[in-house]
Structure formats: C-alpha cells, structure tokens
Design a protein around this ligand. Structure first.
Ligand SMILES: CC(C)(COP(=O)(O)OP(=O)(O)OC[C@H]1O[C@@H](n2cnc3c(N)ncnc32)[C@H](O)[C@@H]1OP(=O)(O)O)[C@@H](O)C(=O)NCCC(=O)NCCS
Length: 169
C-alpha cells in the first residue's frame, strides 16, 4: 500500500453537496470502519445519512468543509459550535493519502482562529489512532445506541495552540 501524500483543495460546503456527501459517508463507514465494527453496527451508523434532509441540515448547521482531489470530492469534515469535531469522513479509495489530515488541520485552524481553546471529538474506533497521532488525548470511553445497535467510541480532546499574535519578545 504505497501511498503518496496528497494535498487536497478545500472549499466550504454547499447545499448541492448533501447527496454526494451522504454517499461518501456511507461508503467511508462501510469500508474504512470494517475492522472495528460489524456489518449491523456499520449499517446503523451509516443510516444517519438515510434521511438526506436531516443529514443536509446537520452539515449546514456546522462549519463543514470539503476536500477535493482532482476536482472530485475526497472527504469532508464538520465543526459544531466551534468546539466539537462533529464529522470527518474520507473516500475509501483515497484513504491513507493525507486527505483526513488536511481536513483535520483546516478544522483545527478555523476553530483556533475563531477563539476555540480546545476541540473535542467522539472518535470512532476506526479513527482513534488517527486522532491520537494528531495530539488528541482520550478522556472517556462511551457506548452509544444508534438505530438499535450499540457502538463504542472514545471522547478525545486536543488543546489548540493560541493563534499567532502580538509582538515577538
Ligand atoms: C480516520 C480517517 C478520517 C483518516 O483519513 P485518512 O485520509 O486516511 O488519513 P490520513 O491519510 O491523513 O492519515 C494520517 C495519518 O494517520 C494514519 N491513519 C489514518 N487512518 C488510520 C487508522 N484507521 N488507524 C491508524 N492510523 C491511521 C495514517 O497512517 C497517517 O499516518 P502517517 O502520516 O504517519 O502516514 C478515515 O480513515 C475515515 O474516513 N475513516 C472512517 C470514518 C471515521 O471513522 N471517521 C471518524 C469519525 S469520528
């Protein structure tokens, strides 16, 4: 699996993105979370995008950014209330190429620039090592019920560096 790092383009979410993002969300969970959650658990998790209007409203209510590789949507991330890393999903065929990192970095910078001191994520077991490598520290283990299935995740937090400001000493 020799992957080279990709530097995706980034842009804000637009209402027309809702349908492709719902498909990407589903594909990402089905493929990239398969080592950590069984078929029924992944189906329940992915069903959050079945109601496309509700999914679109969730994307629009936060700060949602889209990653583009060769002009196509490669992943997306969403920040809620300037403190909660609500969603981060990468297209399965582009996993491991730096798309998730580029999105996470952008969300952290945007949150920091808007005054956030700390970000919190309820990290899936498929993403826990990814977030740990970015400096997120596990706080507590959770078990949540989604569509009748029990899924484990881990609340993790990261202290954000203060945005560069002021004079050098
Ligand atoms: C987690 C996820 C967003 C990572 O996206 P990605 O584009 O593959 O991540 P990157 O390529 O930027 O990886 C960055 C680093 O994390 C590592 N990494 C990525 N996914 C990993 C995983 N599942 N386990 C361990 N390490 C992982 C990579 O090896 C890479 O390390 P390196 O820089 O030393 O090479 C993606 O796998 C995904 O969409 N997963 C399914 C959905 C999900 O669980 N989302 C999170 C909900 S909280």
């Amino acid at each position: 699996m020799a992957h080279s790092a990709t530097t995706p383009g980034l842009r804000p979410f637009l209402p027309a993105d809702a349908a492709p993002l719902a498909a990407l969300f589903r594909a990402s969970i089905e493929t990239l979370a398969a080592d950590d959650y069984d078929d029924d658990q992944r189906e329940a998790w992915a069903s959050a995008a079945d109601d496309e209007a509700a999914f679109a409203a969730r994307l629009a209510s936060g700060l949602t950014i889209i990653a583009l590789v060769n002009g196509a949507i490669a992943g997306f991330a969403s920040l809620k209330d300037n403190r909660l890393f609500d969603m981060l999903y990468v297209r399965p065929d582009l996993a491991g190429q730096g798309v998730g990192s580029a999105l996470a970095e952008a969300i952290e910078k945007l949150a920091g620039a808007r005054g956030a001191k700390k970000l919190t994520v309820d990290a899936s077991d498929a993403a826990r090592d990814f977030f740990a490598a970015r400096g997120y520290v596990a706080q507590q283990r959770n078990t949540v019920t989604i569509a009748g299935q029990w899924l484990g995740n881990t609340t993790m937090t990261k202290e954000l560096a203060a945005p560069a400001a002021g004079r050098p000493h």
